[in-house]
Write a protein that binds this ligand. Structure first.
Ligand code: PAF
Length: 286
């Protein structure tokens, strides 16, 4: 589908479009991204297209959510390509602000969500979810969406943003969308481009171990034993360095040691292959 899409880079201009859409009684959906789009992002646009009259996608590599030694500078960017992908996926408004537009002065305000940020990526990447919560709040203020679409690959991000929207009575529904995978199981991520052929091959252990975990959980294997088996499988890959392998309740991310029937849990993995840190997860009921 080729259609008209407008690219907007200032908050003031976005507000004009949003005001007009509201005047026309349109429902508004936002797909927040950091660009370098892949099929995962496009599946979010598809979900937004089905639910909303106006689909806004933001592309903004948010410096607030990167630690000092992380990959902000080398994060992959290709606006030209993203523009075409967004247009053909059916985005109406593409919001591409510069850092100076979003943060013209040092930020003195920080949105911080507790408890659900204290484990997994929140523990390994201090400050990361403050940066996410702050920029997402800002995007919501600018776009005033009825719906916001997030991929479940970043399951902790979904939990954090959902909690934040609830706690702050934000008039938006957070819509989680399923993980999109390559045919061989690798979860799509903009960071996959960093992987060498050998690293990519070994990274398949993530989805493979989650598939096994699903089976072991269904068979009634104890949760600690499932965790141990996953660690064992990943450790067999010489290039893999485990950041975490955790089984927690979902979406509240509390420790879980014994089985409670009907309990929703997440099996969450973060593993480095060379300089690339990949995450993947399985959410299931035990
Ligand atoms: O998931 C992402 O790409 C980012 O964390 C988000 C939600 C766009 C905020 O910068």
């Amino acid at each position: 589908m080729i259609q008209t899409m407008q690219q907007i880079s200032t908050i003031a201009e976005m507000r004009v479009h949003i005001k007009e859409a509201r005047r026309q009684g349109k429902t508004i959906g936002i797909v927040p991204t950091m660009g370098f789009l892949h099929e995962g992002h496009l599946s979010l646009v598809k979900a937004a297209r089905e639910k909303c009259d106006l689909v806004v996608m933001s592309i903004f590599v948010n410096p607030l959510q990167f630690g000092p030694n992380e990959d902000f500078d080398r994060y992959p960017r290709d606006l030209e390509r993203d523009r075409e992908l967004a247009r053909s996926a059916g985005v109406d408004l593409l919001f591409t602000p510069e850092v100076s537009e979003m943060y013209p002065k040092p930020m003195l305000t920080n949105v911080s969500v507790s408890t659900v940020t204290e484990q997994l990526c929140g523990k390994s990447r201090p400050g990361h979810f403050d940066g996410v919560a702050t920029v997402v709040t800002k995007l919501f203020q600018i776009v005033q969406p009825d719906y916001a679409f997030f991929g479940q690959k970043d399951a902790q991000q979904v939990a954090v943003v959902t909690q934040m929207a609830f706690d702050l009575s934000m008039p938006v529904e957070i819509v989680p969308c399923p993980i999109v995978r390559e045919a061989d199981g690798l979860a799509l991520s903009s960071r996959n481009v960093y992987l060498s052929a050998e690293e990519r091959e070994q990274a398949l252990v993530l989805s493979r171990s989650l598939k096994h975990a699903e089976k072991w959980l269904a068979e009634g294997v104890a949760l600690d034993e499932v965790r141990g088996r996953i660690i064992q499988m990943i450790s067999e890959m010489p290039l893999a360095q485990i950041d975490y392998v955790e089984l927690l309740t979902y979406p509240d991310l509390s420790p879980v040691s014994a089985r409670t029937p009907g309990q929703s849990i997440i099996v969450a993995l973060a593993v480095r292959f060379g300089k690339t840190r990949l995450i993947d997860n399985l959410i299931t009921t035990i």
